[in-house]
Ligand binder design. Structure first.
Ligand SMILES: [Zn+2]
Length: 184
C-alpha cells in the first residue's frame, strides 16, 4: 500500500466507525430485550416444571422483590382455561397453560398483579404518561411489534414490562411495584 491507499483506508475506517456509533445508539433504544417466545406444544402438566421458568424470569427480567412472587403470589400451571394464561390481581393467582409457560408470559401476568397494587391516582398517572410516550421510542416499538398491547392501558402496562422490562422509559418504572426497584 502506498501512502494514499493507507490514508484512504484510515479515512474509510473512521467514517465507518462514525456511522456505526451514529446509528447504533438510536437503534439500541428501540430493540426489545425480550422477544416473544414460541409456543411449545410438546409441553403438558407432567413434563413441565414451572419453577425453573419462574427463576429464569427472575434473572432475565431482573425482578426486584423475588420473595413477594414466591411467598405472596400463586404462580401455577393450569389447563382449566382456554386462554394461554390468566391472572387475578385481587387473589394474587397466575395460571398458565404448560405449552405457553415461558418467562415472558409470566412477566405479562405478573405485571397485571403489580398493576393491581397501584392506587387509582397512580393508575391515572401511568395512563397519562403512557399516552405521551406511546408514539415514540421503545413504547412505540412494543405497540408496533405486539399490537395486543393496544387493547387498553392495562394490557399496554403488561406488555411494556414483558417486552421492554428495564429498557422501558425511566418515568414508567415506578408503576411496576415488586417488579422494578421503586426508587428509580
Ligand atoms: Zn394481559
Amino acid at each position: 500500500m502506498n501512502l494514499k491507499e493507507i490514508l484512504g483506508f484510515i479515512i474509510g475506517t473512521v467514517v465507518a466507525l462514525l456511522l456505526v456509533f451514529k446509528v447504533k445508539p438510536k437503534q439500541g433504544n428501540n430493540v426489545l430485550p425480550h422477544p416473544k417466545e414460541p409456543v411449545d406444544y410438546t409441553r403438558n402438566m407432567d413434563n413441565t416444571s414451572i419453577h425453573g421458568i419462574i427463576v429464569k424470569w427472575f434473572i432475565d427480567w431482573n425482578v426486584t422483590d423475588t420473595n413477594y412472587w414466591i411467598d405472596e403470589v400463586d404462580i401455577k400451571l393450569d389447563v382449566s382455561m382456554q386462554y394461554p394464561a390468566w391472572s387475578s390481581a385481587e387473589s394474587r393467582v397466575i395460571g398458565i397453560r404448560p405449552e405457553h409457560c415461558t418467562p415472558g408470559v409470566i412477566a405479562h401476568e405478573a405485571a397485571h398483579v403489580s398493576y393491581g397494587l397501584l392506587n387509582i391516582e397512580e393508575k391515572m398517572q401511568f395512563s397519562s404518561l403512557y399516552f405521551s410516550l406511546k408514539n415514540s421510542g421503545i413504547v412505540a416499538e412494543v405497540l408496533k411489534q405486539h399490537p395486543y398491547a393496544k387493547s387498553n392501558d392495562v394490557e399496554a402496562h403488561a406488555d411494556i414490562y414483558r417486552y421492554a422490562s428495564m429498557s422501558m422509559p425511566d418515568v414508567l418504572k415506578r408503576f411496576y411495584p415488586k417488579l422494578i426497584k421503586e426508587d428509580l
